[in-house]
Ligand binder design. Sequence first.
Ligand SMILES: C[S@@+](CC[C@H](N)C(=O)[O-])C[C@H]1O[C@@H](n2cnc3c(N)ncnc32)[C@H](O)[C@@H]1O
Length: 416
Amino acid sequence: MKLKISSFSSLNQSYPEQHLNEMRNYWDKKILEWEKKRYLKSSYINPIQRRQAIIREFLLSMDPGLTVLELGCGTGLLYKSIAPEKKFKKYYLVDISKVATDQLQTTVEDSNVKIINSSIRNLDINILKEADLILSSGLLDWLEIDEIEKIAKYSKGKTFIHTFSIKSFSPIRLLHATYMKLLRLKFKSLIVSRYHTKQDIYQLFGHKSFIQKYYQGSFGRIITNQKINKLAIRNYFKARYKEVDYQKKQSSFPWILLKKLEQSLYLDYFNKHLKEGTTLNIGANTFGLTDFKKGNKITTIDPCCQDANIIDDFEIYNFNQKFDMIVMIGVIEFFESPPKSVKKAHHLLKENGYLIVFLHKDTFLTSLYYRFHKNRGINLTPISERDFINLIEKTGFTIEETRSFPLWANSYLIKK
Ligand SMILES: C[S@@+](CC[C@H](N)C(=O)[O-])C[C@H]1O[C@@H](n2cnc3c(N)ncnc32)[C@H](O)[C@@H]1O
């Protein structure tokens, strides 16, 4: 049965074979460089890597007795990242690019792996039928409707996970669309990647599946009919963060001076507003902790700090107590969802409790600070002063005092 997809307006119904050849040439020229840039040379964790990490963790949680079919596999980076940890009954790797599959042939020798050079359109239906788990990463945006329909038809009733780019009006998405258009002009190529609406994707893959983001702020989405283990993904990234020489380097010049400034500010607030009571210091790694461990009323939480009381992520950790003061010095930009974290802080504070936030200003020094983190695999989310104040007020807090540290940050004393 042919699916009716009214709103797939951007897709060509007629699908000349010549287009497939163009697609093959395009990816033959592009795939190695593309993978090098996105995965191998990139010094920070970008959305594409996050997408792969999610699918990787997804696969690692699956039964090894399954036959897996990976469509648009490129040179098999995903497969190679799971192979040392998990061997499936059979693993099909399919790609239209001969450059990609030839490289796979020379680098993968596992007897359970079958490498196929084919477009989705010409892919043997028996393979789709045989697979128990069908996945694709970064593929749906490059296909025409008959190919997407083919994947969706055989994904139904099986385990599946596919990524796609959502049609939305986010500035990043529009910027991406412009960039892709320029590339098309530059290479005089007809190949263009596409964005899909949620409705179209649900219509194809069935309403029992669900769509989720794979990166805050990204227009990338995942459609699957299985639960995704978010904790495993976070743990994977925590391990990545630890790999980078972040801890050592952040105690170097000039950051050490700024740290001292933050410390003195914290002590000042602490002495004025919290002689007694309990404090939660989030992102405890910001300080030399020892100065603040007066008594044991300060709880510190940090996923990357061996000395913290709780070595975990504030955003997911379940606390069983409330606090008189919560400190977020230089950490709000680290959160995947600042609004959720501020809400959580509100919930965790006792009535009349204080929240202390140190928020970076939009300055040159801050841009250096962001770059410093980016180079170490940590993507920070800049928040403007206005957005921050809106967020704080919307959450039900009152700002009692703001101090400005020129060229660097504002500090806020906020009351519940
Ligand atoms: C953006 S890359 C993604 C590579 C890898 N899966 C990843 O997540 O990094 C898209 C891949 O899809 C393949 N591809 C594009 N059109 C295809 C088609 N019609 N049939 C099969 N593979 C296709 C390309 O050759 C390329 O390897």
